[in-house]
Design a protein around this ligand. Sequence first.
Ligand SMILES: NC(=O)c1ccc[n+]([C@@H]2O[C@H](COP(=O)([O-])OP(=O)(O)OC[C@H]3O[C@@H](n4cnc5c(N)ncnc54)[C@H](OP(=O)(O)O)[C@@H]3O)[C@@H](O)[C@H]2O)c1
Length: 272
Amino acid sequence: MTRWNPAGAIAVLTGASSGIGRCIAHRLADRGTTVLAVARRETQLNDTVSSWQANGNGRIVPLVGDVTDLATHVDIKNQLHHLSKDNRLDLLINNAGVGAIGPFAEATPQRLRKVMEVNFFSAAELTRSLLPSLRQSESAVICNIGSVLGHCAVPDKSEYCASKFALHGWSDSLRCELACEGIQVTLVSPSTTRSEFFHSLIETDSSTKSKSLGSWPADRVAAATLDAIIRRKREVLLSTGGKLLVYADRLFPGLMNKVLKRPRYAVKANAN
Ligand SMILES: NC(=O)c1ccc[n+]([C@@H]2O[C@H](COP(=O)([O-])OP(=O)(O)OC[C@H]3O[C@@H](n4cnc5c(N)ncnc54)[C@H](OP(=O)(O)O)[C@@H]3O)[C@@H](O)[C@H]2O)c1
């Protein structure tokens, strides 16, 4: 399989105003890609553009919008018409995401809806609406930014795990459906990453901390993502801690359930 070529490519990237998305935008533009960069916060999105040291023929074009709003999908399609005469799209990266921490029983239904809307439904529907443009490319790639928590579920992140498991299952199915058209579906599953993610958790106590076995800087995740896209990989799991978690869960699911089970005193405390 020939490698995906970033030079001269047209990409749509969601969640480009911070963290992993901002770093991916910079790396793609460095390699000569025109990146349509989407996010809600205009100032931060403009920072993504201004903090890029123009280098080569790439370009970052900001588009302010909420990926859960179908009007944003229409705006993306319209903007794509301006960027490529043949309405071609070579790369779609579904990166926008939000998290939430805390027991499912104590959360509102809105928390589940919001996390699923941003992390799963918006990615699926944006992909559906951009498929005609992806079909215009000789070697299109759809890259979904999942999580190791889309392979191994943990307590207190039930909504997030559900959204990333959904993204994982949908990516695997879509990959098989689109393979005959030469469209690659790549699932990148990072572990804990240093970004703004833990400052924008939904309905979560601001003092809540996330446990992890070592975290990666966002730019390292971006580099691994671009490598997976260029090599047209089907799936990559990032970080040693992330791989340990996922492989332990695959090999010893019963033991992992015991290790992850919340102790009885914690359930009693929550009930009070
Ligand atoms: N950080 C981690 O530990 C970690 C681990 C595994 C996987 N991931 C995944 O990596 C991806 C990127 O996260 P990150 O760590 O880089 O966090 P981040 O810095 O918080 O970035 C999240 C991005 O998503 C955008 N976004 C959120 N809701 C949106 C909406 N409704 N419409 C449009 N854009 C939206 C945000 O932009 P606006 O707020 O400006 O809209 C921001 O650009 C996510 O899918 C996340 O689940 C993160």
